[in-house]
Design a protein around this ligand. Sequence first.
Ligand SMILES: C[S@@+](CC[C@H](N)C(=O)[O-])C[C@H]1O[C@@H](n2cnc3c(N)ncnc32)[C@H](O)[C@@H]1O
Length: 289
Amino acid sequence: MVVSPLNYSGNKAKILKHIIPLFPKDTKIFADIFCGSGIVGLNSSNQKLILNDKEYRILELLNYFKTNKLENILSDVAHLIQVYNLTDSRNKPKGYYKVYANEGLSRYNKVGFFNLRQAYNEQPNNVKLFVLIIYGFNHYLRFNSKNLFNVPVGKMDFTQSLYLKTIEFVKLLQEKDIEFLNLDFRNEKLYQNADFFYFDPPYLITNAPYNVSWSEKDEDDLYEILDFLNEKKLKFALSNVMYSNGKINKRLEKWSKKYQLCEIQRQYTNANYRRKNLSDTLEVLIKNY
Ligand SMILES: C[S@@+](CC[C@H](N)C(=O)[O-])C[C@H]1O[C@@H](n2cnc3c(N)ncnc32)[C@H](O)[C@@H]1O
């Protein structure tokens, strides 16, 4: 499985190996309606993909990786690392930077990162955003209500492992035939060409920045679309969380009875594994095939 160099909130990297085998084998076009980092569609066996998300900045970044030569992307990144005087541990001898406990490399990168963040917020472009993600806290992509990138400096830099992840990810994006769309999931254009639809929406009962604006109305609209696809005999799969942190998604529980529910992963907070405890988390995949 190829994972993304971005640590996109809610990304499915940890459960890819469980969900990919559950996808149908005989479809031509895979539509990833809430694609985020894109890793689910990208790791499917489909060559043709539709990657859609409401967040245009992630799509622009994916498109930048897709349409630029790998060596140019890497040299754009190296150029910014140099201009903003950021650490470059991959190209330096071991021990060149002193890595402070709890701080990692942040002491070296604080000023350069701040300057780059300011430059990006004044004049955004994809390579600046990518370097901010590399050097930002936990490789997050996050914006405040004024649309400004607001992640603080992180502890890491463009390590060998992140460098290799980037190469693999860019190569995979470039191998696939992809149409990027930046539409709300209700837009009917999304449902015209594909023959398999994967949905990984914000979750009603867990915390992620984009979950705040996800309402019960959105959830109901989504179920309506899924029922519609089912009536049209089109295959879909929906990722979601049935219960977590003491909350249960009752709407989902009721609606999903019509379809097949696959338990993907349970995270136990209770030592007694056999007792169902709602403070545990249950991730599910609901499918109609
Ligand atoms: C759980 S994340 C998807 C993560 C993705 N599967 C991955 O592995 O990276 C949910 C995504 O839904 C997007 N989103 C939220 N509301 C949306 C809407 N109304 N229409 C389309 N996309 C939306 C968010 O921007 C976010 O990227």
